[in-house]
Design a binder for this molecule. Sequence first.
Ligand SMILES: *Cc1c(COP(=O)(O)O)cnc(C)c1O
Length: 440
Amino acid sequence: MSSPNIDGRAGERSKALFADAQRSIPGGVNSPVRAFAAVGGEPPFIKQARGCELVTEDGATLVDYVGTWGPAILGHAHPEVVEAVCQAARDGLSFGAATAAEVEFAERICGLVPSMVGGMVRLVSSGTEATMSALRLARGFTGRNKIIKCEGGYHGHADMLLVAAGSGAATLGIPGSAGVPADAVRDTVLVPFNDLDAVGAAFEANADEIAAIIIEPVAGNMGCVPPRPGYLEGLRQLCDQHGAVLIFDEVMTGFRVALGGAQARYGVIPDLTCLGKIVGGGMPVGAYGGRRDIMEKVAPLGPVYQAGTLSGNPLSVAAGLTTLRILEQEEPHEALEAATTTLCAGLAERAAKHGIAWTGTQVGPMFSGFFRSGEVWNYEDAKGSDLERFARWHTEMLARGVYLAPSQFEAGFFSTAHDAAAVQRTLDAADAVFELLAKG
Ligand SMILES: *Cc1c(COP(=O)(O)O)cnc(C)c1O
């Protein structure tokens, strides 16, 4: 009997597909990090996903910690979510008109996210749309232009947010992408994550000009970096003091680090919240919402324009609504966190056993392992990791059936479908890979 194939590295078929892909799609991928540029090698192509597992085009079965970059908190292809989408599809894919389901969806979201209780929410189709719309709204509401964001913070690919991370003491933005006019980021002020003094200084230097702070309350796009105690409270205070809108970008943390997101977990209520990923249950959905007096500025109620042909389309709403309903009914967050802690403790223990410098971070079912010693509180710290070692770790874990995000600067995601066997398989693989890395 042959044992199941778990070598997830690109085989013949994935390599052939990737070669084809590169002819017709830039870099062969429809989102850059999928290309494996940071870890080398070629990406395996995915044929199927169920529960906590992915099946590649080469026939390997892998334990998945990418979870489609966050949405798959119930695991892949959850039967109830799939059924809801199929049912919705039979009734029509999109009407571009109001539906009963989107009202139910909006009410459920507003009931779960503390900053939206008694407020309003607008559905869009991606996290990027949510953040750029929330910022337009904050600017329209305050009549101010400048925004504050963190180095290493990711809020989608709108021009004003593509500012070179880690540009040190720079307070004025520099385009982080070709094609972004300098003027588009002139009003973006950069601060390091977890540094309240820097935010205070930014407010002083731009008195009465800051429309909003946009922040991931738990950073997830420099790897997982938790907020220091008091940091979010301090941001709330500074925004109140200076009349700026506090925007939590909970595209990644929403419904993940707690049912009510990071704002529920830490008890700090922003003015506006951006959602994505889990809110769509695997379909393209984003949302922004919060304080009623601010949301009343959105068209057609107010002067801030924002629209979308497919916004609130029935398939996305069905997937999102069903996902949120299951999360609300099953309340899995405590168990998810405990299981993630078991995984993280196991990884740290095995790293230590083999003398590998490793700093683990975790908030609920979101985690990272940085290849460095010492604490990680911001992008500078994260960048101090041994990226070559991470690349080898990634390749060798993949060879042993564990699919991790192909970058040190991404978080791992645990789901309700990850069982003890999946965790054990991961830890066994990690033990072998750490041993390999220790040999140099
Ligand atoms: C993924 C992500 C986005 C962008 O969402 P898209 O749906 O990819 O446009 C924005 N903010 C955060 C915090 C994210 O993790």
